[in-house]
Design a protein around this ligand. Sequence first.
Ligand SMILES: [Zn+2]
Ligand SMILES: [Zn+2]
Length: 244
Amino acid sequence: MAEYLASIFGTEKDKVNCSFYFKIGACRHGDRCSRIHNKPTFSQTCLLQNLYVNPQNSAKSADGSHLVANVSDEEMQEHYDNFFEDVFVECEDKYGEIEEMNVCDNLGDHLVGNVYIKFRREEDAERAVNDLNNRWFGGRPVYAELSPVTDFREACCRQYEMGECTRSGFCNFMHLKPISRELRRYLYSQDPGRRIVKDEKTKAEMGDLVSMLHSVKDRFSIDPYDHVNLTKLNKICSYIAYCR
Ligand SMILES: [Zn+2]
Ligand SMILES: [Zn+2]
């Protein structure tokens, strides 16, 4: 019996625990749900509820028509990329390494603008939740909580990924809003020096360092068995290659 209960935990067959809360971290019934929302005490994932405000969704006139007709798709993407980068960089610098961050493009109240940040370490997620709950963002208080979601493939709408979701914005599975390819490459790069590269001034200074290094490089030879220094040299070289 215990084994059976474990196998159906959080699935649709489970009449006690809410499968939506378990898989997606949010359910349209909220606190009034007839099934239990098991809030985790430990998790790698921090959920920031309704944090991203899409200007296209918010700027509507009384009859529901968009007021931002002259905002291009490029500008919308840039607005979103800037938001994503700000949140990602600040949270990673403050709380610790982020494995992935996802933002919902859904329109339902329980999912709209939800930001899920999956940290590498559970302690970091916990610190993020405690700290962010005392913060304001864009003139509104931030609502942060630990989320049971760690497998985003399970939480995402498969039809949406194939461009076939008929429920559009009101689907109850995650429709993730993609960031630009450049931002993805920049944020998820394995290079620890990526932040420095961003700054144009630092980039110029790095350029000077590179030419200096090249000019002295040939005057020194490194013992091929000196692994410590060889590793250091390799690191420097890959860093330089990235900066250029
Ligand atoms: Zn529920
Ligand atoms: Zn969908």
